[in-house]
Design a binder for this molecule. Structure first.
Ligand SMILES: Cc1cc2nc3c(=O)[nH]c(=O)nc-3n(C[C@H](O)[C@H](O)[C@H](O)COP(=O)(O)O)c2cc1C
Length: 201
């Protein structure tokens, strides 16, 4: 799983929480922009992590989502020599959640300047499952075209667009809807939201 620097680190946190809770063998790579977004979105109340080093931010992030340190592998984005950089490494599926427009553009253009982008490139070239969760609004023509290109190249695009028909009560409910849609795209069972069972009218 890659977490890039789009707003919505809660989407990544709730998805990680669900996957880690399901006992999946997980590795996660945070881009440097993601760490910066986490500093702002997750810890504004405390402020003590705004200038904190990356390791401290990530540990607090994972702990905050109920993931004990050591339960998953954390990989640095610059670790381009990691096993997952090669198609010979049998990664079952990759998700980028949330996915910035910068990362979408890199994937669309086949640029692999960090491990998140390289894993995406590998998944597409090997025809393996890649799910991206873009978050931006409004969208420029360039961004829409890049999303079209990654979809056409074989990725699933699960846009961070929460629904309301399941009556979410909290921000976590809204984020869980997106996390659940990612798990649906991956074929992983979950009970993160109540499914639509048809109108009672
Ligand atoms: C607080 C904050 C929120 C951001 N939100 C978004 C966003 O929602 N979508 C987006 O595409 N970029 C967003 N950005 C900009 C990206 O972080 C920036 O383009 C960065 O270079 C992306 O790098 P990455 O794709 O390697 O993570 C945001 C940046 C900050 C600091």
């Amino acid at each position: 799983m890659g977490i890039s620097g789009a707003s919505g680190s809660i989407y990544g946190g709730r998805l990680l929480r669900a996957l880690a809770g399901g006992g999946h063998d997980l590795s996660v790579c945070f881009s440097s922009a993601a760490v910066e977004v986490i500093r702002h979105e997750e810890f504004d109340a405390g402020l003590e992590l705004l200038g904190a080093p990356t390791e401290q931010v990530l540990e607090a992030f994972l702990t905050g989502y109920g993931i004990p340190p050591g339960q998953l592998e954390i990989v640095l984005p610059g670790n381009i020599g990691h096993a997952f950089s090669s198609g010979s490494s049998l990664v079952e599926a990759a998700v980028i959640c949330p996915c910035s427009m910068s990362t979408v553009a890199s994937i669309a253009a086949g640029i692999s300047s960090n491990l998140i982008q390289r894993v995406a490139d590998v998944m597409l070239k090997e025809s393996r499952p890649l799910v991206i969760v873009p978050r931006e609004t409004p969208l420029s023509e360039i961004q829409l075209y890049n999303l079209y290109r990654v979809k056409k190249a074989g990725a699933q695009v699960v846009a961070a667009m929460p629904a309301f028909y399941h009556n979410p009560q909290t921000i976590e409910d809204m984020a869980d809807f997106i996390a659940g849609k990612v798990l649906d795209a991956l074929g992983v069972g979950h009970d993160l939201f109540r499914r639509w069972e048809g109108s009672r009218a």
